[in-house]
Design a protein around this ligand. Structure first.
Ligand SMILES: NC(=O)c1ccc[n+]([C@@H]2O[C@H](COP(=O)([O-])OP(=O)(O)OC[C@H]3O[C@@H](n4cnc5c(N)ncnc54)[C@H](O)[C@@H]3O)[C@@H](O)[C@H]2O)c1
Length: 269
């Protein structure tokens, strides 16, 4: 376990809940010192305090990814806490499904601001610190919505597609500074974001479960482990890519669940 003076430092933005919280936990278990940043400051403090009690050092900071000055201040605070910053995981997000023809400018721009511009703000603010690190890495959060048509997710899907373009662009532009950048694209994950939408009747749990051939949602830790791999030096030659963490949801195609193809006539096994 890392103490106050050892271990690489990761900044997890949106770390108070769901995938971000699981990522902070997973990185801490793997020996990282973690800075938990979130708009929900009580949640960020709760997560950092819990992690700190079990061994590795953890710190928290308030941030709103829709504000450049807030992101810059939080990133500076994180980097100065232990005078290093090795990885940044911009994981903040919200969900707001609505029919595309009724999507109003405010809702459209809010979604793009949080998910796409928010990610860019976080990465831009982190660049001067990351380029000083020995093995710097960024893991951004996309979604299967960037890969398959998902009704009522116009602004979200556009933002996540943009996040994957950001990853490809910066992987090339920042490689001379030694910075690797990748994304994960989760399928449906059991987080408070999804639980709230299910409880409000805006999503149907059994429909979501059937989307994956595994017939279940992902646990947050299953995404967190993929993020931790991409953030670690074990992924030292992986950059510019998006890792689907979707239980084969995007590759299932039209084949009916559980149906085995008949043997080909004349084939001897
Ligand atoms: N849960 C899923 O099924 C799923 C699937 C694919 C992608 N994702 C993505 O994963 C990321 C995390 O989602 P989650 O499911 O863990 O959600 P979550 O609601 O559990 O956590 C999101 C966190 O982001 C924080 N946040 C929201 N707006 C913020 C802002 N403006 N500034 C700072 N923090 C802010 C929230 O306070 C919260 O702690 C999001 O980008 C989401 O789009 C989630």
């Amino acid at each position: 376990m890392a103490g106050e003076d050892e271990g690489p430092v990761a900044l997890v933005i949106g770390g108070a809940s769901g995938i971000g919280e699981a990522t902070a936990d997973e990185l801490a278990q793997q020996g990282w010192r973690v800075v938990v940043a979130d708009r929900d400051t009580e949640g960020a403090e709760r997560v950092a305090t819990r992690i700190g009690k079990t061994g590795p050092a953890a710190h928290w900071v308030g941030v709103d990814v829709t504000s450049t000055s807030s992101v810059e201040a939080a990133t500076r605070d994180a980097a100065e806490r232990w005078n290093r910053l090795d990885a940044v995981i911009p994981c903040a997000g919200v969900i707001d499904p609505s029919p595309s023809d009724a999507l109003e400018d405010d809702a459209l721009l809010r979604m793009l601001d949080i998910h796409l511009v928010g990610t860019i703000r976080c990465l831009r603010a982190a660049f001067p610190y990351l380029r000083e690190a020995a093995e710097p890495a960024i893991v951004a959060i996309s979604s299967v919505a960037a890969h398959i048509g998902t009704p009522h997710r116009l602004s979200y899907a556009a933002a996540k597609g943009g996040v994957e373009s950001v990853v490809r662009t910066l992987a090339v532009e920042w490689a001379p500074s030694g910075i690797r950048i990748n994304a994960v694209a989760p399928g449906w994950v059991k987080t408070p974001m999804i639980a709230t939408a299910i409880d409000a009747g805006r999503l149907d749990a059994s429909t979501l479960e059937k989307l994956s051939p595994f017939e279940r949602l992902a646990e947050p830790v299953e995404v967190a482990r993929a993020i931790a791999f991409l953030a670690s030096p074990a992924a030292s030659y992986v950059s510019g890519t998006t890792l689907l963490v979707d239980g084969a949801l995007t590759v299932r195609g039209p084949w009916p669940q559980g149906v085995v193809p008949p043997p080909v006539r004349g084939h001897r096994s």
